[in-house]
Write a protein that binds this ligand. Structure first.
Ligand SMILES: NC(=O)c1ccc[n+]([C@@H]2O[C@H](COP(=O)([O-])OP(=O)(O)OC[C@H]3O[C@@H](n4cnc5c(N)ncnc54)[C@H](O)[C@@H]3O)[C@@H](O)[C@H]2O)c1
Ligand SMILES: O=c1ccn([C@@H]2O[C@H](COP(=O)(O)OP(=O)(O)O[C@H]3O[C@H](CO)[C@@H](O)[C@H](O)[C@H]3O)[C@@H](O)[C@H]2O)c(=O)[nH]1
Length: 328
């Protein structure tokens, strides 16, 4: 019995690997290192370098390692890039996932957990969404992920496989023991960019749009600490292993923060009043995206431990400083 973690060299996947290996699980990481780092893979896991969409390679891994579950993080993740290059996203997200799911079915994998996204909801208004809120993704990224959700539902209806879809809201923060964190140098995520600017790695940063219909005119997001997000995965895996039905669950706190509020939090944590310019809107950005996280609590017994913007920002900033020293 082993868990295959695709994208286990990436930001979120590497935290999943740590959670599983800490729990004594046998873990195999499948990653092509396109954005991940081999140093981010916990030494207790087996690393297999390759493409998650290579059916024969994955079938070989399933047989070789006795894979019983797949947790699928591998993919392309940048919303504006998906607008500029949609085929990359329908390729590396939708088509790759399709092949991985085929390998899972043919290899007799029992359970499949998939990293989906808040971007499947699209323009949601200011109220937090629930899982039954109508889906209307605004970007190719969101659509590429929604198609994978649909494939999983269709496949699970036809084959003996159960799945869990987790729709992540904005993931941030790092492992409290500083074993991993968001490490992509050219990452586009707000908290990462602000921390890099505070540390002088960027001369300045931009706010993308100040004319949204939100309290301060900038976009609102529900930032979730990566440790809480990973705890939801571990609970979902337990649910599926215990015979629980396939399910789709939002991972969020139900509390939104604006771009300005996040930047202020990074300035307060770092003590640096870095330069921030106000620029035009970024394509594909909805004004406000938040969710209650109620289903995760009621179905999985999820109890967030790090629901605090200050703590999330401090953790991201500490990781950024750690990376600076590491990369020197
Ligand atoms: N970061 C967020 O806020 C966020 C929010 C919602 C959903 N997600 C989803 O979570 C997942 C992980 O995101 P992340 O932030 O850790 O990104 P990341 O770029 O750090 O990690 C992705 C990993 O997948 C690997 N990879 C990409 N394509 C691959 C392929 N075809 N075969 C094998 N490996 C491949 C990369 O090398 C990398 O290690 C993604 O599916 C993303 O869409 C992330
Ligand atoms: O330098 C920056 C970076 C971001 N933003 C804004 O900050 C907000 C958050 O942006 P970002 O951190 O890039 O996250 P999102 O675009 O909301 O997308 C993230 O969160 C989604 C879930 O909500 C995931 O699906 C995506 O993979 C992940 O990149 C948006 O309004 C951006 O326009 C800025 O103003 N300046």
């Amino acid at each position: 019995m082993a868990v295959l973690v695709t994208g286990g060299a990436g930001y979120i996947g590497s935290h999943m690997v740590l959670n599983l290996t800490d729990a004594g699980e046998k873990v195999v990481v499948l990653d092509n290192l396109v954005t991940g780092f081999d140093w981010a893979i916990d030494g207790r896991a087996v690393f297999e370098q390759g493409n998650a969409g290579d059916i024969d390679f994955v079938l070989g891994l399933i047989a070789k390692h006795g894979i019983t579950e797949i947790i699928h993080f591998a993919g392309s993740i940048v919303v504006p890039e998906s607008v500029a290059d949609p085929l990359k996203y329908y390729g590396n997200n939708t088509a790759t996932s399709r092949n991985l799911i085929e390998a899972a079915v043919r290899g007799g994998v029992r359970h499949f957990i998939f990293s989906s996204t808040a971007a499947v909801y699209g323009m949601t208004g200011l109220a937090p969404v629930v899982e039954t809120t109508p889906l209307s993704p605004m970007s190719p990224y969101g659509r590429s992920k929604l198609m994978t959700e649909w494939m999983l539902a269709d496949v699970a209806a036809a084959h003996p496989l159960t799945f869990g879809v987790l729709r992540y809201f904005n993931v941030a923060g790092a492992d409290p023991a500083k074993r991993s964190g968001q490490s992509t140098p050219l990452a586009t995520h707000l908290i990462k960019v602000a921390c890099q600017t505070a540390l002088g790695q960027r001369e300045k940063m931009d706010i993308f749009g100040t004319d949204y219909e939100t309290p301060d005119g900038t976009c609102v997001r529900d930032y979730i600490h990566v440790t809480d997000l990973i705890a939801a995965h571990a609970l979902l895996l337990k649910h599926l292993r215990g015979g629980g039905e396939s399910t789709t669950i939002n991972c969020a706190y139900g509390q939104g923060y604006s771009v300005r509020e996040v930047i202020d939090a990074v300035k307060a944590t770092s003590g640096v009043d870095f330069r921030v310019d106000e620029g035009p809107r970024r394509p594909g950005d909805p004004a406000s995206v938040t969710a209650t996280g109620e289903k995760a609590r009621s179905l999985l017994g999820w109890v967030p431990q790090h629901n605090d913007l200050k703590e999330i920002v401090e953790s991201a900033y500490a990781w950024e400083r750690h990376l600076m020293v590491r990369n020197r």
